[in-house]
Design a protein around this ligand. Structure first.
Ligand code: SF4
Length: 442
């Protein structure tokens, strides 16, 4: 059968979807990007922000007429938005046209549930929390041979930032067995993979629950020692847990990228405390200074959340001050939206939408100027760029990424394969992209 898989949300969801796809392909199903061609439709949902939730609901509801006209079509909905729901009866009522409904702990069982075909007799709903052995996390290497892949190293989160729904829908932290991680990476390498992204809600916590003497910096060193893996990335890091030992391990490595994504969220110490982030703006700035003192070529990016309950104009000014001081290469900026069941959702002084939007705009304008300025400083320099394929906007030119994860567009070169690394001299810089020419100079 043909399957169509729609994914909303973060890279953890992307990774889950990739594992679901791998499972479906092991049963002989084939992917299609046309929903109208599909026999199986899977929607992997996100509830981290209201916009993601609205988009997922829009798609799910649009499937009702399709199911009515073709009852044979199989529809499955899974992910965080489902796990957030504690009421099975309500889910059944909201989603009468959906055959299989799984939370985050049973996402990866969807391919097996489709084969069992029990959903033909009755709608299947599974939103129970499961022990990790039953979640299919160790499903192993994906079926796809690609130049880059992500590998989960830890699931869940123990941090309970006051605005975040993740610990409620992904459960507590569970590190994967290091032998499984390393053998998965070796297996991906044998299929031609050149770039590995180690994934987790908080990768810096890796290992603390394993009862062995191995932390994230040591795991990174072991991955770095695997030959032919050219680039190693990781996502997401919590600044509070980003140790100097980890910075040193990255600096002393051969293949770990010098891209540091460290979500700051707010520049106001008062708001950081209300967010339960566990660090101050001074601590954060000291960490950045240490990184820059060790890795002169560090590319530093961040996440910022504006409009947290009670955020005053002066708190917001502190955010702008911190952004000016930190000089991030890029910032992913978000408007706070209350997530039911989190402490921040019931805090007083929720901020008016209009003010949130204005602040977002001011923050983006500032950050865009900084991003452009830092990108312009790259003009005339040569960087090793990992070729990803033709540019999405113009298939006649090539697109790749620098070690610092910046997108670089350059002229197409014969025989260049995705995953190859080529030297490119930067000739032009914009806020989000760089442009260059393949260079023979060294
Ligand atoms: S660290 Fe905080 S923001 Fe990140 S997933 Fe955990 S609770 Fe959410």
């Amino acid at each position: 059968m043909k399957y169509y898989l729609a994914t909303f949300g973060c890279q953890m969801n992307d990774n889950d979807s990739m594992l679901i796809a791998a499972g479906l392909e092991q049963y002989g199903h084939q992917s299609t990007d046309q929903i109208s061609d599909a026999d199986i439709i899977i929607v992997n949902t996100c509830c981290v922000r209201q916009t993601a939730e609205n988009k997922a609901w829009g798609l799910i509801n649009s499937l009702k007429p399709l199911k009515k006209s073709n009852p044979e079509i199989i529809i499955a909905v899974c992910g965080c938005m489902i796990q957030e729901q504690k009421d099975q009866a309500l889910l059944a009522k909201q989603l009468p046209h959906v055959d299989i409904i799984c939370g985050t702990f049973s996402n990866l069982n969807i391919p097996r549930l489709i084969e069992q075909a029990d959903f033909r007799r009755q709608q299947l709903i599974d939103i129970s929390e499961k022990p990790r052995e039953e979640c299919g996390y160790d499903i192993g290497t994906k079926a796809f041979g690609n130049y880059k892949a992500s590998v989960n190293i830890i699931h869940g989160c123990n941090n309970f930032c006051s605005y975040c729904i993740v610990p409620y829908v992904r459960g507590r932290e569970k590190s994967r067995n290091p032998e499984d991680i390393l053998s998965e990476i070796i297996s991906l390498k044998k299929k031609g993979c050149k770039e590995i992204m180690l994934l987790g809600q908080n990768v810096n916590s890796f290992g603390h629950d394993l009862g062995v003497d191995l932390d994230f910096s040591q795991l990174l060193q072991q991955v770095d020692a695997i030959p032919e893996i050219e680039r190693i990335r990781y996502m997401t890091s919590h600044p509070r847990d980003f140790s100097r030992k980890l910075v040193d391990a990255i600096n002393n490595s051969e293949h770990i990228c010098h891209h540091f994504h460290l979500p700051l969220q707010s520049g106001s110490d008062r708001i950081l405390k209300l967010m339960n982030r566990g660090y101050s703006s001074d601590y954060y700035y000291d960490l950045l200074s240490y990184i820059r003192s060790k890795c002169a070529d560090a590319v530093i990016t961040t996440d910022m959340l504006v409009g947290f309950p009670g955020e005053s104009e002066s708190d917001f000014e502190d955010c702008l001050t911190m952004v000016r001081k930190c000089q991030f290469d890029a910032a992913y900026t978000f408007i706070y939206s209350p997530r039911k069941g989190t402490p921040a959702a019931s805090m007083d002084n929720q901020i008016e939408e209009k003010i949130k939007k204005q602040r977002l705009q001011r923050l983006m304008e500032l950050q865009n100027q900084i991003s452009l300025k830092l990108n312009q400083q790259m003009i005339g320099k040569i960087y090793p760029i990992l070729y990803e394929g033709p540019s999405k906007n113009n298939p006649n030119v090539a697109q790749g990424r620098s070690d610092g994860n910046k997108i670089v567009i350059f002229q197409m070169v014969n025989d260049l394969k995705p995953g190859d690394i080529i030297d490119v001299k930067i000739t032009e810089a914009k806020t989000w992209n760089l442009y260059g020419k393949v260079s023979k100079d060294k």
